[in-house]
Design a protein around this ligand. Structure first.
Ligand code: URP
Ligand code: ZN
Ligand code: ZN
Length: 452
């Protein structure tokens, strides 16, 4: 593999921004420093005026999964290409646990599905059934590099929910063996009680989706998980936190790691009133503008330490206007726009770009045991790099999207798409064109660390 050197750029580390050159050798970062000499035959890329970020990590994607009779629009191949277009070089997706299947088999099946991924990838293990045989598999899986286990406090009807008592037993096992509990936190009983009168009254419009999943359901579930964490000592990570009430329930529990998504920072429930309102149906739902504000403040303060997308897009046809909100496949996409849209927001508001590096790369790498291989620009780390021109803000980026979905949630937001994306030393995207690159690899988790 030809050596490459990125010259004269400003490197956006998690703790500082420095004018440095970056040498890439054999897929890894060989050196980072001032005025590095170019090795013989090295390709030189002038990054004057450009910013260099570590490859973005999206720790929450659902490529090609079945939901309510439909399939999410991107599979691993189309979704990972779209990811690369937007600067995401590593995705972390979820296994799908079939009836009677072991966790080991669910992981092997998902790895086969992910064979076409162009990004490197890692997997969280979904525990959507409580069974002592499954718990017995956990130590072995952690030793083999799958250490985050996701449970749901809702989706009872879909057969995916665990009771709080069952989750506590999972947490005990994880605490003993060094695993991480991931939680989709919405209390199912509150949702059932909120949805029943809406259904009885014949409400089917998308707006009622939000009313059927109130923020107190999130607060209740977060509080219950906080109790479990306190009693078991198991580290826990709340996925897609959506509301001020949920954040408040977590406030006194700093041991709860928090993730949110761009849709909960930038979009609000008024979207459900639009003609394409059904397309925004996701769980948790979009909230009020005040929730956006509170979550933004928590992102800026570092209390929310990771932003993922919950990438689960659908075609317009999959969410046909005639479908009542109760039956609309849940999910919104965003892996392709995650970094471009947030970068433009950070630049527009003059925010600390090192914070963006922590939120979109370093912290996910640390929490999920991929650090320092991922999430860091330093000698020995994988050469996953994103070069951007902070001046190249555009509103007209939708026609250039390459993902499979025919609709996206962030239309109208300014965005800064990468000039160049490098995945393990291979340039994969230049000026929006995707060339053939070797497939991505499964990256096993090592030791996890707290976010910065
Ligand atoms: O609506 C959503 N979020 N769909 C994807 C599955 C999940 O709950 O994360
Ligand atoms: Zn979820
Ligand atoms: Zn999800």
């Amino acid at each position: 593999m030809t050596a490459m050197i990125l010259k004269n750029g400003r490197v956006v580390h998690h703790d500082s921004i420095r004018r440095e050159d970056v040498l890439i050798e054999n897929g890894r970062i060989g050196a980072v420093g001032k005025a590095l000499p170019a090795a013989d035959g090295a390709r030189i890329i002038d990054c004057q005026g450009k910013l260099i970020f570590p490859g973005i990590i999206d720790p929450h994607t659902h490529m090609g999964i079945p939901i309510k009779g439909g399939w999410s629009a991107d599979d691993f191949t189309s979704g990972s290409r779209a990811a690369l277009h937007g600067g995401v070089t590593t995705i972390i997706d979820f296994t799908i646990l079939e009836p009677n299947q072991s966790l080991h088999d669910s992981i092997a099946a998902r790895q086969r599905a992910a064979a076409g991924s162009m990004c490197d990838y890692h997997l969280h293990c979904n525990l959507t059934r409580f069974d002592r045989n499954l718990l017995a598999e956990i130590p072995d899986l952690i030793a083999a590099g799958v250490s985050s286990f996701k449970v749901f406090t809702t989706y009872r009807e879909a057969g995916m929910m665990l009771s709080y008592g069952e989750i506590e037993q999972v947490a005990e096992v994880l605490a003993e063996h060094g695993g991480l509990l991931m939680v989709h936190a919405e209390d199912d009983a509150i949702i059932t009680a909120a949805q029943a009168p809406l259904t009885a009254a014949g409400h089917i419009a998308p707006f009622y989706h939000g009313l059927s999943r109130p923020d107190r359901a999130e607060a209740q579930a977060v509080a219950a998980i906080a109790g479990i964490v306190e009693r078991t000592g198991c580290p826990a990570y709340i996925v897609h936190l959506s509301s001020a009430a949920g954040l408040k329930a977590a406030a006194a529990h700093l041991e709860l790691l928090l993730e949110t998504c761009p849709q909960y920072l930038l979009l609000d429930e008024s979207r459900y009133r639009r003609s394409d309102g059904r397309m925004y149906v996701a769980s948790p739902p979009l909230r009020r503008p005040a929730d956006n504000q509170v979550l933004r403040a928590a992102v800026l303060s570092g209390r929310i330490s990771v932003i993922g997308t919950d990438h689960c897009p659908f075609h317009l046809q999959d969410k046909h206007p005639d479908i009542p909100f109760q039956d609309i496949p849940n999910g919104i996409g965003g892996v392709e726009t995650l970094f471009p849209v947030l970068l433009a927001e950070f630049v527009r508001h003059g925010l600390d770009l090192s914070l963006l590096t922590r939120l979109l790369s370093t912290n996910a790498a640390r929490v999920f045991g991929l650090y320092p291989r991922k999430g860091l620009i330093a000698p020995g780390s994988d050469a996953d790099l994103v070069v951007v021109d902070p001046e190249r803000v555009t509103d007209d980026w939708q026609p250039d999207l390459i993902g499979d979905p025919d609709w996206n949630a962030f239309d109208g937001f300014p965005a800064i798409f990468p000039e160049l994306v490098i995945r393990r030393g291979v340039p994969v995207d230049r000026k929006g064109r995707i060339s053939d690159v070797p497939p991505g690899e499964f990256i096993a988790a090592g030791s996890a660390a707290l976010p910065f």
